[in-house]
Write a protein that binds this ligand. Structure first.
Ligand SMILES: C[S@@+](CC[C@H](N)C(=O)[O-])C[C@H]1O[C@@H](n2cnc3c(N)ncnc32)[C@H](O)[C@@H]1O
Length: 235
């Protein structure tokens, strides 16, 4: 795994992107920047296995380097077609090399309408936060329309606290975690700046409202760590 040293250098005002340099170090970046990343992957596989149905599609939207697709392939014992979607060619190339299960890969932009069909499970882990707020409702509605009844959406997001008092505390604890995982204060500050207009988190209640408005009748939180939250929505 190549070590993430991207923000040891100044990014000279450019925004965060998912190009080749990021794809190269992304597995290490996720392991050190997402709390309980491995447990999240395990839970995603476990939940998906419960909802997956024979002869349906299981989508991973924003599949990055293919870690979740492999977790799904290991966990799901039904006859499903795994479909990974990403708009970064560099990430899809990494996925292609990492995959240890048959899988269809699709280069597509989630800001535009993508076809979700015959789905029993759709996963949006740490990806909706990068879709423009204006396009989020349409995407969730599109997912809802493509899911079978009793199918599920697994959504994991960086979130803002419902109360700004906790918000600043949670973010402070998050940066402490990154420091424990070997990032310097300078690296943390530089990355935060480049993400400012790119990663736009919603509050927990805004995400729940979005799921409700799109039609999901069953919604719960299956994961919460300070400013990270996992939602499970069932049609
Ligand atoms: C933080 S990563 C997701 C991590 C991954 N789901 C996991 O759990 O390992 C976000 C991914 O979403 C992709 N992405 C961001 N915006 C996108 C868009 N508009 N359309 C498609 N993919 C997008 C990025 O290229 C990146 O691979």
């Amino acid at each position: 795994m190549t070590k993430d040293t991207l923000f040891r250098e100044d990014s000279n005002g450019s925004d965060f992107n998912f190009g080749e340099a990021t794809a190269e170090v992304f597995d290490d970046m996720l392991e050190r920047s997402v709390p309980l990343y491995r447990e999240l992957q395990r839970m995603t596989g476990e939940i998906a296995a419960e909802f997956a149905a024979d002869r349906t599609n299981v989508y991973d939207l924003g599949c990055s380097t293919g870690t979740t697709l492999n977790a799904l392939g290991n966990a799901i014992k039904k006859k499903v077609t795994l479909i990974g979607v990403d708009n970064s060619k560099a990430m899809l190339e990494k996925t292609r090399r990492n995959l240890n299960h048959p899988c269809d890969l699709l280069h597509a932009d989630l800001n535009k309408t993508i076809q979700i069909k015959n789905a029993s499970v759709v996963i949006l882990n740490l990806t909706l936060q990068f879709v423009r707020p204006l396009n989020r409702e349409k995407l969730i509605q599109n997912i809802y329309a493509g899911l079978h009844k009793n199918g599920c959406l697994i959504l994991v997001e960086k979130v803002l606290g419902n109360d700004s008092l906790f918000n600043s505390e949670f973010i402070k604890f998050y940066y402490e975690m990154k420091k424990r995982n070997g990032y310097s204060e300078m690296e943390i500050a530089r990355k935060r700046e480049t993400l400012e207009n790119v990663l736009i988190p919603y509050r927990v209640d805004e995400n729940i409202e979005l799921l409700k408005k799109s039609g999901f009748p069953h919604i719960d939180i299956f994961f919460k760590w300070y400013n990270f939250c996992g939602f499970l929505a069932v049609k």
